[in-house]
Design a protein around this ligand. Sequence first.
Ligand code: TMP
Length: 211
Amino acid sequence: MSSLFITFEGIEGCGKSTQIERLAKRLAKAGRDVVTLREPGGTPIGETIREVVKHPPGTEPISPDTELLLMNASRAQLVQQAIRPALAGGAVVLCDRFYDSSLAYQGYGRGLDLAKVQQAIDLAVGDTRPDLTLLLDIPLAVSQSRVGARRQTTGEGQDQFDQSGDAFFERVQAGFHALAKGEPQRFRIINANQPPDPVSDEIWNAVKDHL
Ligand code: TMP
């Protein structure tokens, strides 16, 4: 069976993890080999980088350039160690975030030059590009209330990104919309501001065309 590379994008609290788990089950039931991964992370090296970017050690803030390079260092490792081998074996790869997150967060969000962000991405991924990108879309206010509720249940503290402020997330959100508009053949915008079942159905409709 031919491989398929699907990435999930969206702002915090959009439901990516839940939906990836549901889609993985549905694909496995349909007889497909499924590999689920996340960014930053997904390999031992990537998970170590994840900890550094989410909770930078020391008192100095992490610079946007450092953040960009660390995200893409994690990505280069993931592409080489996990994504390419899985695709070569004919699997469906589901990745929780991929390079669109660097364009949205480091480019639109932090204000780095988009061409520079693209250069780092190109170095990290080469010709390994998603076949389909699902943008789980929710309003910013919904993101904030879901993240707040999750933090209360898990007792989780804030990370580097949670502390970036509302204006930052507005730029990230606008960035995702601009990216989706720029590549309508790769992106599908999913209305994630509804209960999990209808979201899963919208996702399945988008994915089944590619199987
Ligand atoms: P999450 O996967 O738990 O949402 O956490 C990852 C955080 O890292 C999230 O705030 C988005 C951010 N991020 C970037 O800023 N750039 C990237 O390239 C990636 C993959 C994630």
